[in-house]
Design a protein around this ligand. Structure first.
Ligand code: AMP
Length: 193
């Protein structure tokens, strides 16, 4: 089974992906995590994307598709959770092709449906909690970047909802429910797919 978790920043994609890794032994592929790793290890690509990420803009399709391609090549068995990818129609097309080439397909694109007010609150909270626990605060978890991230989502990523709907692959769950309820709703989608 290969699924996409779709939703704006703060919708809970990372939280739910981690749960699926634990409960179903799936493989989480988060392009945001991969890009942050590239920055931490100081690769040329990491340096190139740093300012773009901090501003809340999307990095190029070429870079993220390259990252995903590498990971897929290293894990032929499947069971992928795509978290934060695809974020553009070009990325969605590229993903379909990559999976096809491996003899795999997409099981479902699961939308975590939320509203903007809740998102802003969640992200501000995430930053506060990290700071209180002495953990690093994401450089893009501030109000300015958040506005850009939301706009990027609506302009470039939200068309994917229509794209997967048209393919019959879109499933929607209420991302505002309690974490465990969202987890159960996703489990139901997977068990019925
Ligand atoms: P995330 O952790 O998914 O919120 O991603 C953090 C940042 O990494 C985003 O704001 C973008 O700058 C960049 N990023 C992550 N995934 C992608 C993607 N699929 N396409 C373009 N940029 C991405």
């Amino acid at each position: 089974m290969n699924i996409i978790l779709l939703g704006p920043p703060g919708a809970g994609k990372g939280t739910q992906a981690a749960k699926l890794v634990a409960s179903r032994n799936m493989i989480q592929l988060s392009t945001g995590d991969m890009l942050r790793e590239a920055r931490t290890s100081g690769t040329e690509m990491g340096q190139k994307v740093a300012a773009i990420m901090d501003a809340g803009e999307l990095v190029t399709d070429e870079i993220v598709i390259g990252l995903i391609r590498e990971k897929l090549e290293g894990n032929a068995g499947g069971g992928f959770i795509f978290d934060g990818f695809p974020r553009t129609l070009a990325q969605a097309d590229a993903l379909e092709k990559l999976l096809n080439d491996m003899g795999q397909s997409l099981t479902a694109a699961i939308e975590l449906q939320v509203n903007d007010e809740v998102l802003v609150g969640r992200i501000v909270n995430r930053a506060k909690e990290a700071a209180a626990n002495g953990q690093p605060v994401r450089a893009d978890d501030n109000e300015e970047s958040l506005k850009v991230r939301l706009m990027e989502y609506y302009k470039k990523t939200s068309p994917l909802l229509g794209y997967y709907y048209a393919k019959g692959q879109l499933r929607t769950v209420d991302g505002l429910a309690e974490i465990n309820e969202v987890e159960s709703a996703i489990a139901r989608v997977l068990d019925n797919s």
